[in-house]
Design a protein around this ligand. Structure first.
Ligand code: NAD
Length: 293
């Protein structure tokens, strides 16, 4: 049996628990434990899901037999648990963004490579059937050569001011939302970022004592190499299930190279390239200059 764990069981970690429990009901894996530093939340989930709980993931890994782990700590707190789990040889599904620094992504990837660990990043926009159709059309040449595109995303103010007010100042609309569409565009046009130029505003949230951007407008140039084949699957919770299918495939002797070639999944390489672009957007915001990637 494939043994799963979740680190960070806030709003999104709970969604992962639900996805893992669903796979458990299908006999594909079992959720053996969760880790959450908020004791009340931990107790609530342990009771509700009848699962073992820990406040410290090092103890959890010491005590439990875990094959794969999902990490849903705040945006700026992914690196440490990812590197720790990778060193122990645990396969990892990390919430987006993979890390808020290119160095962090590289450290995670190097550790994963050394320990033969699968790193998957939960860029679930790839699993939306509308996006899959768009991607198919772009790749089949329906729209000809893509010269430019426009993506616009908005969150309600409750998201930074209530949902994750304790760490909103450590994130931004680019880290929290933008990375989804940076990944989607990269995936559709099969191209990495070349240069980013961005402007942003800090007014409303700053007045509310949350030091992050209200909005960011970024122009990203891509290298533009349109090609590639993808296998399409479901949506939403599917991106999390997909990680479990991949770990099962590897556990059954599957090959990393084949997995990466045929899968829809966003891997460590994708997480890294997205973070490169998002980090360049932040640098451009600071310097007011275009930033080459
Ligand atoms: N895929 C998506 O569309 C999607 C949607 C929402 C959030 N997210 C991502 O999920 C992550 C979590 O977001 P959220 O909204 O659930 O935040 P949250 O603040 O609700 O939850 C994070 C939880 O992590 C816990 N935590 C922090 N450090 C920990 C540690 N060392 N060990 C164990 N637990 C720890 C916190 O106590 C908190 O409960 C973020 O990276 C966010 O960007 C992804």
């Amino acid at each position: 049996m494939l043994n799963l764990a979740v680190i960070g069981t806030g709003r999104y970690g709970k969604n992962i628990i639900d996805a893992f429990k669903q796979l458990e009901r299908q006999g594909l894996a079992q959720l053996v434990s969760i880790c959450e530093i908020n004791r009340d939340l931990l107790d609530l989930h342990c009771e509700r899901y009848q699962v073992k709980g820990y406040t410290d993931y090092t103890t959890m890994f010491e005590k439990e037999k875990i094959d794969a782990v999902a990490i849903a700590t705040p945006d700026h707190l992914h690196r440490e648990p990812c590197v720790y789990a990778a060193k122990l040889g645990k396969h990892i599904l990390v919430e987006k963004p993979m890390d808020v620094s290119v160095e962090g992504c590289l450290e995670i990837m190097e550790t994963a490579k050394k320990n033969n660990v699968l790193i998957q990043v939960d860029f679930h926009k790839r699993y939306d059937p509308h996006h899959q159709q768009l991607c198919k059309d772009v790749r089949s040449g329906k729209f000809g050569i893509i010269e430019y595109g426009y993506v616009h995303m908005e969150d309600r103010i409750e998201v930074p001011s209530k949902w994750f007010s304790s760490w909103a100042h450590m994130s931004s609309p680019v880290w929290f939302l933008g990375v989804h569409f940076i990944d989607l565009v990269r995936w559709c046009i099969n191209s990495n970022g070349k240069c980013a130029y961005a402007t942003g505003h800090k007014i409303k949230l700053k007045q509310m004592r949350i030091d992050t951007y209200d909005s960011v407008s970024a122009k990203v140039l891509f290298e533009n190499d349109v090609s590639g084949k993808t296998v399409y699957k479901g949506y939403g919770i599917e991106s999390i299930s997909d990680f479990v299918y991949n770990v099962r495939y590897l556990k059954d002797g599957g090959d990393f190279g084949q997995l990466k070639k045929n899968s829809i999944s966003a891997f460590g390489e994708d997480g890294l390239e997205v973070t490169k672009i998002a980090a360049a957007i932040h640098k451009s915001l600071e310097t007011g200059e275009p930033v080459f990637i």
